[in-house]
Ligand binder design. Structure first.
Ligand SMILES: C[S@@+](CC[C@H](N)C(=O)[O-])C[C@H]1O[C@@H](n2cnc3c(N)ncnc32)[C@H](O)[C@@H]1O
Length: 229
């Protein structure tokens, strides 16, 4: 009961700013698939590199990336895991197709597969993956969908599997103010910052947090958490 109350309260605070509408999110990201790599180049690549290291991704693993976007992190994962299996999903069919195409082009012999799938209901068996990586997705999900998605993450990860989560940091006040404006203008694209509340939800979902690091790239703050099932 206590846990339920905590989650409900956390949900209320998370949704002080409106969460994205997933149909609009899919449409927007579908349209941006070709130019989205710029955002990785300028803002996300440092956090991606740290997440791969901190999650201990190595060759031979079975790895799932959730919300691949245009596939920059996905290719980083395949480069680390050329003889394992690297699976990706994204809500946007154009993002998923681009991720698949670029990975196949660069790593024609690796086992890679990327499909348009909603993270809230994933078509994988229980205990399928050694590691799961998810970057900048939770900002776009409603509070109850973050909880649902964390349950899916736990379900598809094997016993003692690792989970790396990258979120937009909330440790830079000026950036937070800008983000609030961005959320009002285009919530389905920007989402809202959730970094402060999510660690509690991760622990409530029976993951143990192993490492936690905040970093910045071109002024854009990110927080990288690694947890174990
Ligand atoms: C901010 S982008 C981040 C992309 C990439 N992970 C990165 O680090 O640059 C968010 C991505 O999440 C995807 N997305 C949004 N809602 C989703 C859902 N319910 N299931 C799977 N992917 C989703 C979007 O289509 C978009 O590609």
């Amino acid at each position: 009961m206590d846990k339920l109350i905590t989650l409900t309260l956390a949900g209320t605070r998370l949704d002080a700013a409106p969460a994205a509408n997933s149909e609009r999110t899919r449409l927007i990201y579908d349209r941006l698939a070709t130019i989205y790599p710029l955002s990785t180049f300028f803002f996300h690549s440092r956090a991606h590199a740290h997440a791969v290291d901190a999650a201990g991704i190595r060759d031979g693993m079975s790895v799932l990336e959730v919300a691949t976007g245009s596939g920059e992190m996905f290719r980083r994962l395949v480069a680390r895991n050329p003889n394992g299996a690297t699976i990706g999903i994204d809500l946007s069919p154009n993002m998923a197709a681009r991720t698949q195409r670029m990975a196949r082009r660069r790593f024609p012999y690796a086992r890679t597969h990327c499909k348009a799938v909603d993270a809230r209901h994933m078509p994988f068996r229980d205990d399928s993956f050694d590691a799961l990586v998810c970057c900048y997705l939770f900002e776009l999900l409603a509070a109850e969908d973050i909880e649902l998605t964390l349950r899916e993450f736990r379900r598809v990860l094997r016993h003692r599997g690792t989970f790396a989560l990258v979120m937009i940091g909330q440790n830079v006040e000026f950036f937070n103010q800008l983000y609030k404006v961005a959320n009002r203008v285009a919530p389905a694209f920007w989402g809202r910052q959730v970094e402060h509340r999510v660690p509690e939800l991760i622990q409530s979902s029976e993951f143990r947090i192993l490492s936690d690091r905040t970093l910045r790239q071109s002024g854009y703050p990110s927080r990288v958490l690694v947890a174990r099932k």
